[in-house]
Design a protein around this ligand. Structure first.
Ligand code: F6R
Length: 608
């Protein structure tokens, strides 16, 4: 949440800062701002709303400084107004912040008592004032930041710019990501590699508690205790990815359409296709045969990927799986088995609750395996092994291709565990691998259903509430379908296990209620038919996402059917995600919603 950037350059930096902010806008888009030093003095331009408003402001009133910081905001404290937009400033400095300062109230009162006047409703402004207070006491910028940081509680990535200091920028990190980039006579700070991709592919990630002093010539790192430390430089791949929409109207459409390719790429990384077996691209630092339990923790869509994986791991590896949302898991003091494995699933690899759960499990002696899309992320780095999804950067705020790539990796892990534990023989493994190999083609087939799906959007857009139902692995997909629809169209939707319908939600069914049933013709299809009949008998409109066989056997008057290609049901959730995503996408587009940047959301949730 929130993206921050800093540039010390040799030519005016405002353009580069805005370019980097564009690549960070996925982290929040409530307001944006830039500060540079113009002839040594701080100048700021800020604007409420999306980055284009700041760009317009900069056209009216350009900035020419050779050093500057920028910010794109996901509002936590205070409304998304221009006044609350970062950078926040005092007479001595400006600061941009990603995260939350939890003790900001106490600090604010203390500083007001010392005569500081606050201009905004944000938590961040205390950071500007507390460092300023240290400087008023006679400390230089570095010493002032070093003195102030230990007083801040919460999670933050910060970048500071100081009045009169044309060759100095300071960054700090605790619980929110921050990287230093090395250019040719230029230095950068950024929330992630993607932000800095056009300028450099050489980065150093700050470790938790680090702060860094940047000049045009380089970077000096310090740990939490203020000791100078050396942090390794890394080459990143981010610059290889172009951030554009191709021929698509939205990133979300592009990312849905990319799925056959990225799922294929991910599977190829984990499978030996000719031998028909799983071939993990890393050594497991534990023996799956000795595991007693798997705990999966994640948030949102990644959690639903974990929920699907629970079915696979229990079935193929005969291993009990516990799963929880990270925001609950982190505080419930769960007892953990000494021979346990925790799998954390996260696209960004920075989600605060997921990271905290990982750290808790590590303390409890668990092996930690993360399924992540960003190889340099904190979660990837803090895991014993990171299983990468090769989805490429996901820019649309609603997760699509990351989800199906997570499912692909989790499916491969489940099969690998099954084989290692002797629960699957080579023939069974080959059968499952063949089913996985078929998926990219089936997903491409599913995309061909798009015109039919688009056709359903006008009627779905009239609904105020929608129910999604599924059994087995289609149940988590029903949850994901409801999440996708509500987050981008703002239509209220709920996902339920189809068998739960009669235990309460059936009371909602009337003629105005669309019920989307996700069901390939599988072992529990007959049970799902009964649920569809229960809906139809009460006038509900059933939209079936199923195959030809399911359509034939549905034995009710269906409002609509999205006919999927016939496939083995085991991994069908991966291919069935496509129509589920397209239905939400087209409904939201029909309603004129901003599908790539839905209201109130951000891509990387680095606050609790
Ligand atoms: C929904 C969505 C979110 C994320 C969740 C976890 O479309 O994208 O629910 O899945 O915020 O994020 P990551 O995977 O980055 O940990």
């Amino acid at each position: 949440m929130c993206g921050i950037v800093g540039v010390i350059g040799r030519e005016p930096v405002a353009g580069k800062i805005v370019e980097a902010l564009k690549r960070l806008e996925y982290r929040g888009y409530d307001s944006a701002g830039v500060a540079t030093l113009e002839n040594g003095h701080m100048e700021r331009r800020r604007a409420a709303g999306k980055l284009r408003n700041l760009e317009a402001r900069l056209v009216e009133s350009p900035l020419h400084g050779l050093i500057g910081i920028g910010h794109t905001r996901w509002a936590t404290h205070g409304k998304p107004t221009e006044n609350n937009a970062h950078p926040h400033a005092s007479d001595k400095l400006a600061v941009v912040h990603n995260g939350i300062i939890e003790n900001f109230r106490e600090l604010r009162e203390e500083l007001i008592g010392k005569g500081h006047v606050f201009a905004t409703e944000t938590d961040t402004e205390v950071v500007a004032h507390i460092v300023t207070e240290e400087m008023r006491g006679g400390l230089g910028p570095k010493e002032a930041v070093a003195a102030a940081l230990p007083r801040l509680k919460g999670a933050f990535a910060l970048a500071f710019l100081f009045d009169g200091e044309e060759n100095l920028m300071i960054g700090a990190r605790l619980g929110a990501p921050l990287a230093v980039g090395y250019g040719d006579g230029e230095m950068y700070l950024g929330s992630d590699a993607l932000a800095l991709a056009p300028f450099t592919d050489t980065l150093t990630y700050l470790e938790d508690g680090d702060w860094v002093v940047l000049t045009r010539d380089g970077a000096q790192f310090h740990d939490m205790a203020g000791r100078p430390v050396v942090r390794a430089r890394q080459r990143t791949q981010a610059s290889a990815f172009l951030i554009d929409k191709g021929n698509h109207r939205h990133f979300m459409a592009k990312e849905i359409h990319e799925q056959p390719e990225v799922v294929g790429r991910t599977l190829a990384h984990y499978l030996d296709m000719s031998a028909g077996r799983v071939n993990l691209p890393f050594d497991l630092p534990f023996d799956p045969a000795k595991l007693s339990r798997v705990t999966i923790v994640a948030c949102g869509t990644a959690y639903y990927a974990g929920l699907v994986a629970k079915y696979w791991i229990e079935r193929f590896a005969r291993l009990p799986v516990e799963i929880d949302v990270a925001s609950e898991f982190r505080y419930r003091e769960a007892p953990m088995d000494p021979h346990g494995l925790m799998i954390v699933v996260s696209q960004s690899g920075e989600t605060a609750d997921t990271l905290a759960s990982l750290r808790y499990a590590k303390e409890q002696g668990q092996h930690i395996l993360s399924v992540v899309n960003v190889p340099t992320s904190t979660i990837a780095r803090e895991s014993h092994v990171a299983a990468l999804t090769l989805a490429g950067p996901e820019i649309g705020v609603a997760s699509t291709k990351a989800f199906t790539c997570q499912l692909s990796v989790l499916a491969c892990l489940a099969v690998a565990f099954g084989r290692a534990r002797g629960a699957l023989d080579a023939q069974a493994e080959k059968g499952l691998v063949d089913e996985l190999i078929a998926l990219p083609g089936l997903m491409a087939e599913a995309i061909k259903r798009e015109p039919k799906i688009e056709h359903l959007a006008p009627s779905l857009s009239k609904a105020t509430d929608v129910l999604y139902l599924g059994r087995g692995t289609s149940y988590p997909l029903a949850l994901e379908g409801a999440l996708k629809l509500k987050e981008i169209s703002y239509i209220h939707a709920e996902g339920y296990a189809a068998g739960e319908l009669k235990h309460g939600p059936i009371a909602l069914i009337d003629e105005s209620m669309p019920v989307i049933v996700i069901s390939p013709y599988d072992a529990v299809f007959e049970k799902t038919v009964s649920n569809m009949q229960e809906v139809a008998a009460r006038g509900g409109k059933v939209i079936l996402i199923g195959d030809e066989h399911a359509e034939r056997e549905a034995s009710i008057d269906l409002h609509a059917v999205i006919v999927m290609p016939t496939m083995a049901p085991t991994f069908a959730a991966i291919a069935y995600a496509v129509p589920v995503q397209l239905l939400a996408y087209h409904t939201a587009v029909f309603m004129g919603k901003d599908v790539d940047q839905p209201r109130n959301l951000a891509k990387s949730v680095t606050v609790e």
